[in-house]
Design a protein around this ligand. Structure first.
Ligand SMILES: Cc1cc2nc3c(=O)[nH]c(=O)nc-3n(C[C@H](O)[C@H](O)[C@H](O)COP(=O)(O)O)c2cc1C
Ligand code: SF4
Ligand code: SF4
Length: 375
């Protein structure tokens, strides 16, 4: 059997690639989504699950906004899931004014092997007045209570958040503890997109992260990936450039084929998250490594031991001619270096194999961190 290019998994969901279409109320229904079957994930909705949120959506429509409304929300949800069957992995972004509709929706969505996404993002006043959308961010205990109960349905659960509304690290830690699987972060910031929020959440939790906001091309997608996103999602850019999803899938697939680690972090000194400790040098000079080690609760000696223990009996233990005599301490494959490339050739190791070992090394280091996953 041909090996899968990406190995992406969250609960029972296995998106085939890390590019998602994000939800846009009044636009992203099953019909619209059918044009994006090459995406790894399509988020339908936002759908309104009860009378109150449907009524609120009608008011929004009256003042010119686009919304999906229905008199029979659960029937509508099921019909949409039925129509979207087979497109790709499906998530459904939903709003409700109380817990019960979320639970009903969780049961339906679970039946279809899809993902339920709680909309804790919408800031339309008609919704927030009901305690829906962004109001949930400002009431973390209620949001977490919902998560605990919804997870009892067995559904894979995503929380769509807007950054810089509350403390994003505290929020992410709380929703992970409550049992959510995914955090879908709109990295919005008053001055533009806040890439730092992706890194902070990556360093603080083991949540599956979908990074969102202002992804318009491969460069902007890569920025999200290299700060810790497992997937990236695109909303507005799809309207001006419907081919963008397809192009991103082509670009990230080719990057993955060449490098073996599509969301490899930037080096620590380049602003990367803690996974990048796998690319750090021997701790022999004053540099950003020491701050990162402090964050991970590791002394320089412990860090050296962890890396050397892992590397023993792997091909990266070797590295004659490299800066530190072992590829354990070598840089990312995308950083050009003829010394490392020479060592790779001597070891018969391909670029992809090298990066896969570095990925495992990063997981090993983070498993041994001594601080709670806190920033
Ligand atoms: C017209 C429109 C409708 C939206 N509706 C929703 C929604 O129902 N639920 C939601 O979580 N986000 C919604 N969003 C937010 C997007 O999913 C996305 O988070 C935001 O647009 C930033 O991503 P982008 O820069 O790729 O557009 C909507 C955005 C737009 C432009
Ligand atoms: S150890 Fe090397 S890669 Fe790591 S932060 Fe320092 S200079 Fe950068
Ligand atoms: S040999 Fe090259 S890849 Fe290895 S640590 Fe030195 S500069 Fe980085």
């Amino acid at each position: 059997m041909e090996e899968k290019l990406f190995d992406i998994k969250t609960g029972y969901a296995s998106p085939r690639n890390p590019i998602a279409l994000a939800s846009m109320a009044g636009i992203t229904d099953s019909r619209f989504a059918s044009r994006f079957g090459n995406a790894g994930l399509v988020v339908l909705g936002g759908y309104n699950l009860d009378e109150l949120t449907n009524e609120a959506a009608r008011k929004e429509i009256n003042r010119g906004r686009s919304e999906f409304v229905s008199d029979n929300p659960m029937e509508f949800l099921e019909k949409e899931l039925e129509a979207a069957k087979g497109i790709t992995t499906i998530a459904v972004n939903v709003r409700a004014a109380s817990l019960e509709p979320f639970i009903k929706a969780g049961e339906i969505v679970r039946k279809y092997g899809a993902i339920l996404e709680i909309n804790a993002h919408c800031r339309q006043p008609e919704m927030t007045a009901l305690g829906a959308g962004e109001a949930l961010l400002k009431d973390i205990p209620r949001l977490c209570g919902y998560i605990v109960e919804i997870k009892k349905t067995g559904v894979v659960l995503s929380i769509k958040t807007r950054a810089n509304v509350v403390n994003d690290v505290e929020l992410a830690i709380a929703i992970e503890k409550a049992g959510a699987d995914i955090i879908h972060i709109d990295a919005m910031h008053p001055d533009g997109m806040d890439i730092g929020v992706i890194k902070r959440v990556r360093n603080s939790t083991g949540l599956f992260i979908i990074g969102n906001n202002s992804v318009v091309d491969f460069e902007s997608a890569k920025e999200m990936f290299s700060h810790g996103a497992d997937m990236v999602s695109v909303a507005r850019a799809v309207s001006s450039n419907p081919g963008i999803i397809n192009q991103l899938v082509i670009d990230i697939s080719s990057f993955q084929s060449m490098t073996g680690w599509y969301n490899a972090p930037k080096h620590i000194c380049g602003g990367g998250d803690l996974r990048a400790l796998a690319f750090c040098c021997l701790p022999v000079k004053p540099c950003a490594l020491h701050g990162a080690l402090k964050q991970a609760g590791l002394s320089a000696e412990e860090f050296m031991k962890i890396k050397m223990d892992f590397a023993r009996e792997t091909p990266i233990e070797y590295g004659e001619g490299t800066c530190f005599g072992s590829m354990t301490w070598c840089c990312k494959i995308t950083k050009p270096c003829f010394l490392r490339d020479g060592a790779l050739t001597s070891s018969g190791l391909s670029d992809v194999e090298y990066m896969r070992i570095k990925k495992r090394l990063s997981e090993y280091i983070l498993k041994h961190r001594k601080t709670a996953k806190k920033n």
